[in-house]
Design a protein around this ligand. Structure first.
Ligand SMILES: *Cc1c(COP(=O)(O)O)cnc(C)c1O
Length: 379
């Protein structure tokens, strides 16, 4: 062999069986064809390469699902779960209190595909009865919601779905599979932005879809293969590595979030605390029925205006001001200026997003350090 051939082929042994206890990064987009074997050849867009299989199996187990797929972002998982199950002329019911990117996807993309939608509020599920149409196909929800941490009764949504023959889809990002497993309540599809708790280190963008039905599995795989929003080996590797500490991280983060919520509730400079784990929260009964921990995200209103919110954030030393959530580091944001900045003042008012509302994603730092940081900033 000449140098050019040697440089491509020598040493590379794609099928060596080394039994490391860790999945190595398997960077190959092309696989040798065994002419005698089945045609289900590994190819990343078909979600069947070693790192994709390993991490998907882990996520499926975490959600008590038979099947799972990993995607290039949370939005890829969300759009896949919807488009792969909708056709022109269909109608979908969507909770109003959802992630901003999902809201944008609904209002910007569905209409041109000929898909109708109606919004309902998690605060009144009875209105759903009047929104149902003969072409309704999906009911979609997200709980706890962003940034007010409102909780939707999973049992009720599934009841409605069964009554009207709808497919039930839920964004389980905020709870994570450690605190909530919607498939156990009868949901058909669970989606995640893996960029948050699943990966947990604020480094990669990814998503996940999990389900029990093999017909849904087939539809999802077909969609992923045709549209291509899959996850590459490196990101799969990092996600798999992160998932090994998911329970440790989320349990610690949820415990700290509860302690911080209870502390803030007693603080004279705080007007209101939104956290479903607080006994005074109107969502506590439902949250304690369906969640094993209440999550790492909370929000609170401080006494003052937008300037006061900015000053508060500037006084924090450990907790950083940044977008996103779910990582090992504690992060704060002012929803008025970030996730909900595009809304008009009226819509924000209606949604209960005040200028003085602060969202906090609690990390894994020492609880006393975090409380001291908050106290110092809450003057
Ligand atoms: C971040 C987020 C998404 C979108 O995920 P990306 O990974 O950014 O595409 C969807 N839903 C929720 C609840 C989120 O927090």
């Amino acid at each position: 062999m000449k140098q050019s051939t040697i440089s491509v082929h020598a040493g590379t042994k794609p099928s060596v069986k080394v039994e490391g206890i860790n999945t190595p990064i398997y960077y190959s987009s092309s696989y040798e064809v065994d002419l005698g074997a089945s045609l289900d050849l590994p190819y990343p867009r078909r979600c069947n390469t070693p790192n994709q299989i390993a991490v998907s199996a882990k996520i499926a187990k975490l959600e008590n699902a038979k099947f799972a797929f990993v995607t290039g972002s949370g939005m890829a998982a969300i759009s896949t779960s919807l488009i792969s199950n909708l056709e022109r002329g269909d109608h979908i019911l969507i909770q109003k209190e959802i992630y901003g990117g999902t809201y944008n996807f609904i209002i910007n993309e569905l209409e041109k595909m000929g898909i109708e939608y109606s919004f309902f509020s998690c605060q009144d599920l009875t209105v759903i009865n009047s929104l149902i149409k003969s072409n309704s196909k999906i009911i979609y929800c997200e709980t706890p919601s962003n940034p007010l941490l409102r909780v939707v009764d999973l049992e009720e949504i599934v009841k409605i779905a069964h009554k009207f023959g709808l497919l039930s889809v839920i964004d389980n990002t905020f709870a994570s599979p450690i605190n909530q497993n919607p498939l156990d309540w009868g949901f058909d599809i669970v989606v995640h932005s893996g960029s948050k708790f699943l990966s947990g280190h604020s480094d990669i963008l990814c998503g996940a879809i999990a389900m029990n039905s093999s017909s849904l599995q087939k539809k999802t795989l077909k969609h992923l293969s045709n549209w291509g929003p899959v996850l590459d080996a490196q990101a799969c590797y990092l996600l798999e590595r992160s998932l090994k500490t998911l329970a440790l991280r989320v349990e610690r983060q949820s415990q700290s979030a509860l302690a911080i919520a209870e502390h803030l509730l007693k603080h004279p400079a705080v007007k209101k605390v939104n956290y479903p784990g607080l006994k005074y929260s109107e969502d506590y009964p439902i949250a304690s029925k369906q969640m094993s921990g209440f999550g790492a995200v909370l929000s609170f209103e401080i006494d003052g205006d937008l300037e006061a919110s900015k000053k508060f954030i500037n006084r924090l030393e450990i907790i950083q001001s940044a977008l996103s959530l779910g990582g090992v580091e504690s992060l704060v944001s002012i929803p008025r200026m970030t996730s909900h900045s595009m809304l008009s003042a009226e819509t924000r008012e209606e949604a209960g997003i005040k200028d003085s509302l602060i969202r906090l994603s609690v990390g894994i730092e020492d609880l006393e350090d975090l409380i001291r940081d908050l106290n110092n900033a809450l003057v």
